[in-house]
Design a protein around this ligand. Structure first.
Ligand SMILES: C[S@@+](CC[C@H](N)C(=O)[O-])C[C@H]1O[C@@H](n2cnc3c(N)ncnc32)[C@H](O)[C@@H]1O
Length: 468
């Protein structure tokens, strides 16, 4: 959270609070919190005629201007926002007041009061959407609800078939998808008795209906002071991982806003960054991937072999000196044995991308009793961190790094085989839903393989340097 004057600015796109607020101070210095009024000849070729009435409807409801420089259009991935006039970096391009956002407290009070603490804010907003959908044209939100994507247009792994999920078995996304599905099922069990009390408001909601509504909220809601909010109009903006612009909230004025970070010409699509997130998270939470995602990463598990006679000593040592993991926004799960590898620059001396904790674990794994005792005293006498410096015995240090190398090489081979088994996934013959999903699996696996390959190359170089 950042503050500008009296305004508290948050810029967290929802998915499971994975996106930490970034520093906005220098960015905000050059912002002008007023609408751009510059005009230019407008090309309307990108406009989505079906949505012509949407902004006037929302502005009437909000009793204020939401945007004078953006229009709703279409692109290859659904709706999008385009500049309808010239925009300068620093211009405020849209403002959506909280009064026209959909949050848990929009639920009818008699329904809201039935939900206990175990029901998440995402689930509450999903129930709200189901309620508004059931009301159809009678809903005061009908113009918005009718423009939300249909289930057939959604691609989160949460709603994939078991066969489709098999394609990502190698990736950490597989287990995370199963975990999230279980969570959604539990949420459904928690809300179902309440829904059954109001058949006129919901009809007979199935787990599948709820899962789609839940996925819809995850893919287009923001975290907010009201819990979780769907922000009409702002949620037509698509993602660009390299953009510095994001959605912000002005708590003082009670509105959400976007400030342009670039100049745009009429007809240019305006994009923001949902977060610094990997393809695995984009696929889980939003149902798409980027062909090249700099935030890709791989989770690797290391185990102490059960036949190692120092098994317990090593385990105890690792547990005693293990610093609690700081959960990264990009990470699915963390445990002392699971390490997150990021792309390693070959030229980087320190091997940034390979976590120190991973290297420490491998050093402990390769040590004998005497070396373990040395590592323990070293950690006790210094900052309490175990095996963070290279082992004194060079061949042992090489052994530890070769262990990591062999683990990552094996994993790379498995990824290679998975990618190969996708077949001609990227061929033009495969169109439609399956073709698209295969393409996304291809992006996911090749991105993770790229990370593994970079780590292997660095480890090889490190071992060669020690040998040399
Ligand atoms: C907040 S909505 C953006 C508006 C959306 N395109 C629509 O039609 O309503 C997020 C969804 O847009 C799509 N999307 C956003 N950015 C994308 C991108 N860079 N590539 C592919 N799909 C994207 C995904 O379907 C995602 O779940």
């Amino acid at each position: 959270m950042q503050t500008i004057g009296s305004a508290i600015i948050t810029n967290t796109w929802w998915p499971l609070a994975r996106c930490p607020p970034s520093t906005l101070s220098s960015y905000c210095l050059r912002t002008k919190l007023n609408f751009s009024t510059s005009s230019a000849k407008v090309s309307r070729s990108y406009i989505d005629e079906e949505c012509d009435d949407f902004l006037p409807w929302l502005e009437k409801k909000a009793r204020m201007q939401i945007s004078s420089v953006l229009s709703i259009g279409k692109c290859s991935y659904g709706r999008a926002l385009y500049a309808s006039k010239r925009i300068r970096a620093g211009d405020c391009i849209l403002r959506v007041p909280y009064s026209v956002q959909l949050a848990p407290d929009n639920l009818p009070p008699q329904i809201y009061s039935l939900f206990g603490d175990e029901v998440s804010n995402i689930a509450k907003v999903a129930v709200l959407l189901l309620h508004e959908q059931k009301m159809g044209q009678k809903s005061e939100w009908a113009p918005y609800i009718s423009r939300l994507p249909q289930p057939s247009e959604m691609h989160s792994t949460l709603i994939w078939s078991d066969d489709e999920l098999e394609m990502i078995r190698k990736s950490g996304l597989y287990l995370e998808t199963i975990k999230q599905r279980n969570h959604i099922e539990k949420q459904f069990m928690a809300i179902k008795p309440a829904l059954d009390q109001f058949p006129q408001c919901f009809g007979d909601v199935s787990l599948t209906d709820f899962a789609y509504a839940h996925a819809l909220v995850t893919s287009r809601a923001w975290e907010s002071s009201r819990g979780v909010s769907m922000i009409p109009f702002a949620d037509f903006i698509n993602h660009d991982g390299t953009s510095k612009a994001c959605l912000m909230s002005d708590e003082g004025k009670k509105l959400s806003l976007v400030i342009a970070e670039l100049d745009y010409n009429p007809g240019d699509q305006v994009l923001i960054r949902y977060g610094k997130v990997s393809n695995a998270i984009l696929l889980l939470d939003f149902g798409f991937t980027l062909p090249y995602n700099i935030y890709d990463q791989v989770q690797v598990e290391l185990d102490i072999p059960p036949h190692d006679h120092l098994n317990w000593t090593k385990l105890e040592l690792l547990q005693r000196f293990c610093a609690p993991a700081i959960k990264d926004v990009n990470e699915f799960s963390s445990s002392e044995k699971v390490f997150t590898i990021k792309e390693v620059k070959f030229s980087c001396k320190k091997g940034r991308g390979i976590p120190q904790s991973f290297r420490a674990f491998a050093r402990v794994l390769c040590s004998n009793a005497q070396e373990l005792s040395d590592l323990e005293s070293e950690a006790t006498q210094s900052d309490g961190r175990l095996a963070r410096s290279p082992l004194k015995n060079t061949s042992r240090e090489i052994e530890a790094h070769e262990l990591m190398l062999s683990k990552l090489t094996q994993l790379s081979k498995e990824y290679g085989a998975s990618i190969k088994s996708l077949g001609s996934s990227t061929s033009q013959h495969l169109i439609g839903k399956l073709g698209l999903r295969r393409q996304m699996v291809h992006d996911l696996l090749t991105g993770e393989l790229r990370v593994l390959t970079s780590a292997c190359a660095w480890l090889k170089k490190y071992c060669a340097t020690l040998l040399g």
